[in-house]
Design a protein around this ligand. Structure first.
Ligand code: FPP
Length: 241
């Protein structure tokens, strides 16, 4: 049965920029540039649909292993995106957030990101959450580290450990604190992997994979993924939703 309930949170693994470029005989970075246009289109589509939260996997911890030049271009594209879009994001009610160890970003990019996050803090129509230098295992370790620090400072806080440390409480220690878990994960370019993305938060998410490369992914494809989500029966381990 089809419902018309929108996902509260859609997370996207934007994949295939390099292959899109290679198929056209372009350098890989041309694929990333084209990918920024898709980011723009999908943010706009999210606003049109009234989606509350959109998370985009823009740069993983593992992406530092790519050639230095490609890493530089990715950072520049992020700067460029913020520079060009900040006015519109502010006006349209988009709140920018990040997940990941952003302190490791180049100084200039970090300053731009922080400025954009601060400038859109009061917005509430759409939360645009960008994963930067993100790794899900590191996120979980960071959460555990903070919990242990707090437990050492205040031994009564989590005792008895199992009873007080609930899933809800643990979620508040993750980078995504305050956000609902994604209901839908979209991955482009046909790969069937999670790639260290939101491992805790995606526990019950519906997964939608399309063969299209990210630069070819359109607003129509996005709507198709959401319609497919709406057709699925979510059981959460029960027999009937
Ligand atoms: C995956 O394609 C894409 C990335 C690692 C980067 C995604 C970044 C952007 C679209 C631009 C900047 C982001 C924002 C939010 C403005 P790939 O290079 O892994 O492609 P391949 O698997 O075909 O090589």
């Amino acid at each position: 049965m089809t419902s018309n309930i929108l996902p509260r949170h859609v997370a996207i693994i934007m994949d295939g920029n390099g292959r899109w470029a290679a198929e056209r005989g372009f350098p890989r970075v041309a694929g990333h540039k084209a990918g920024v246009e898709t980011v723009r289109a999908i943010v706009k589509a999210s606003l049109d649909l009234g989606l509350p939260v959109l998370t985009l996997y823009a740069f993983s911890q593992e992406n530092w292993k790519r050639p230095k030049e490609e890493v530089n271009v990715l950072m520049e594209l992020l700067d460029f995106f913020i520079h060009k879009e900040i006015g519109r994001l502010k006006k349209e009610g988009v709140r920018l957030r990040t997940i990941g160890r952003i302190e490791a970003l180049p100084e200039k990019t970090l300053a731009k990101v922080k400025e954009a996050v601060a400038a859109t803090r009061e917005n509430g129509r759409l939360i645009l959450n960008i994963a930067l230098n993100y790794g899900a295992r590191t996120e979980i370790l960071d959460a555990v580290g903070r919990l242990l620090e707090e437990a050492a400072a205040d031994p009564g806080r989590f005792r008895p450990f199992g009873a007080r440390l609930t899933e809800e409480l643990f979620s508040e220690y993750l980078y995504t604190r305050g956000l609902p878990d994604p209901d839908l994960l979209i991955r482009t370019s046909g790969e069937m992997r999670l790639s260290n993305f939101l491992l805790w938060q995606l526990s019950y998410a519906e997964i939608y994979i399309t063969k299209k490369y990210w630069p070819d992914f359109t607003k129509g494809d996005f709507k198709k993924a959401i319609r497919e989500y709406q057709r699925r029966e979510r059981r959460f381990g029960d027999v009937k939703a």
